[in-house]
Design a protein around this ligand. Structure first.
Ligand SMILES: [Zn+2]
Ligand SMILES: [Zn+2]
Length: 491
């Protein structure tokens, strides 16, 4: 990062576009190519464990280093421990003068979180460990179902951060994801995205021509906890599953109405409401009627499909039939394409249900919050893992104040109560082909940084809030670039 004295094995910043080949996706640790068959769960598990372990090692490493204070050769002994447990050196600016004052373990902690993230992020964009799902065939499939774009807004809760690549097993590059506290997504932002999407179809026939009778599908994902419903549900909705579903549904309806009222000629979008049990990743889907009506209280639960279709080998046909039966009972008639799409989501979710059964005994140990940092701004495509990041997608702090407040509250419990500062990574992705875009992204980072420190001034003054600023050119598919940090790294 800014620490120029320690040698990083990788270049400090990588602004050059990364050249890669499509055929081999061998990750750095030799885990091999992404398998296309039944080994996928093992592959995903190893990847998840590797990343989670890298962050988990930080605390145990710093406990050892803390115990070394006031010993001779403190700095070199600390570096040995850090290299052994974390794989990198610590900045000497944060270790110096340990004979006269105690080392600020909180600052070291934050620095290690930032550095671990930077390394994880670099690896993600260079090695593409979670690619491998066919974006092209997914787009074809989605088209057959009657959609041209799938836009998902989950809750910002870190326990849903893996919803695209793990819970729903969708290609993360082909699905738009933007998270909001309580899945209460920004309607104007969605409207803007819709306009952009339709413009591209009209001008460039991407992803399909505007003549094709397909629609934009907006999905909202709320969550609940089956084993601790009143405690570990959605913080933005008082841990109430019904309120969570109703809140997300109200945004979906408002977005649809916004499209219909702003653009005539029968312009509309399709809606889907999904709930996730964060204990075990089981999903429930609220079936939309032909007219798009959704009931916040009626849904199909993947648990029921899992049991009911066991004798049929949980085939797509059996899943489809089961959904159709439930639809008849609920007196809703989803379109054929929507039924096919929902069948696919349940098919994929069954893979994830098996994943949690196989590797977590059917229920995660960390059913509550265990995020490592707050990710704030625009971007974070690389974060597809559960309970690692609390998201606050926002352009200004005022606009995202509610999301941020929820995040700071969560981290006050996780970190500050134990004397550990809150690491916040401020990020702005930009489109490099637009003149001045990088500069504006950097400026937005600094504005967010200033506004954050102002809003949570006492935390910041006490050293309990630290920030790292990063930008990324998403058009060049490059790695992230660090543009600032609140830690005192220059002596
Ligand atoms: Zn939530
Ligand atoms: Zn018109």
């Amino acid at each position: 990062m800014f620490n120029t004295r320690t040698k990083s094995r990788r270049p400090l910043q990588r602004t050059q576009p990364v050249v890669r080949t499509a055929v081999s996706r061998v990750s750095a640790d030799g885990m091999g190519c992404v398998p296309s068959n039944g080994d996928e769960n093992l592959y995903l598990y190893r990847y998840e464990q590797k990343v989670k372990q890298a962050f988990a090692n930080i605390e145990s490493c710093l406990k050892r280093i803390s115990g070394l204070q006031h010993t001779e050769d403190f700095i070199s002994r600390s570096q040995l421990v850090a290299r052994e447990q974390l794989g990198f050196d610590l900045p000497e600016a944060l270790l110096a003068d340990s004979w006269i004052k105690s080392v600020d373990i909180g600052q070291l902690y934050v620095w290690c979180v930032f550095e671990t993230f930077r390394r994880f992020s670099d690896e993600f964009f260079v090695d593409q460990p979670l690619a491998g799902l066919e974006d092209e065939s997914f787009q074809t499939f989605v088209g057959k179902c009657g959609f041209h774009t799938v836009d998902v807004s989950p809750c910002a809760d870190g326990r849903l951060a893996h919803v695209i690549r793990y819970v729903l097993r969708l290609p993360y590059k082909s699905v738009r994801r933007k998270s909001y506290a309580g899945a209460m997504f920004d309607i104007d932002d969605s409207l803007q995205k819709w306009v952009e999407t339709e413009m591209l179809r009209y001008r460039e026939s991407r992803p399909n021509s505007s003549d094709a009778a397909t629609r934009y599908l907006k999905v909202a994902v709320y969550h609940y906890s089956s084993s601790a419903p009143g405690v570990e549900g959605c913080a933005a909705h008082g841990s109430d599953a019904v309120k969570s579903a109703e809140g997300a549904l109200s945004r979906l309806r408002a977005f649809q109405q916004g499209v219909e009222n702003t653009f005539c000629c029968g312009a509309s979008i399709d809606l889907l409401l999904i709930g996730v049990d964060t204990d075990n990743d089981v999903i429930r889907i609220h079936l939309p009627d032909v007219g798009g009506d959704i009931d916040s209280l009626s849904y199909v639960d993947c648990n029921d499909i899992y049991e009911a279709t066991v004798n049929a080998g949980r085939s797509d046909e059996a899943i489809y039939d089961f959904i159709k039966q439930v639809a008849q009972k609920q007196r809703v008639a989803p379109t054929e394409g929507m039924l096919r799409f929902i069948t696919k989501l349940f098919h994929n979710n069954i893979l994830q249900v098996n994943y949690v059964r196989e590797y977590y005994n059917g229920r995660y140990k960390d059913i509550g919050h265990q995020e490592c940092f707050i990710g704030m701004g625009i971007g974070f495509e690389e974060i597809q893992l559960r309970n690692l990041t609390y998201f606050a997608y926002l352009k200004t702090v005022e606009e995202g104040a509610k999301d941020l407040d929820v995040g700071i509250k969560i981290f006050s419990g996780l970190n500050v109560s134990r004397g550990l500062p809150i690491p916040v990574i401020i990020r702005n992705d930009y489109h490099g082909q637009v003149p001045g875009a990088r500069e504006r992204a950097v400026n937005r980072c600094h504005q967010l940084d200033a506004a954050l420190k102002h809003r949570f001034k006492s935390l910041y003054d006490e050293g309990m809030l630290h920030t790292l600023m990063m930008v990324r050119d998403c058009n060049a598919d490059s790695c992230v670039e660090t543009v600032g940090c609140s830690l005192p790294l220059d002596q």
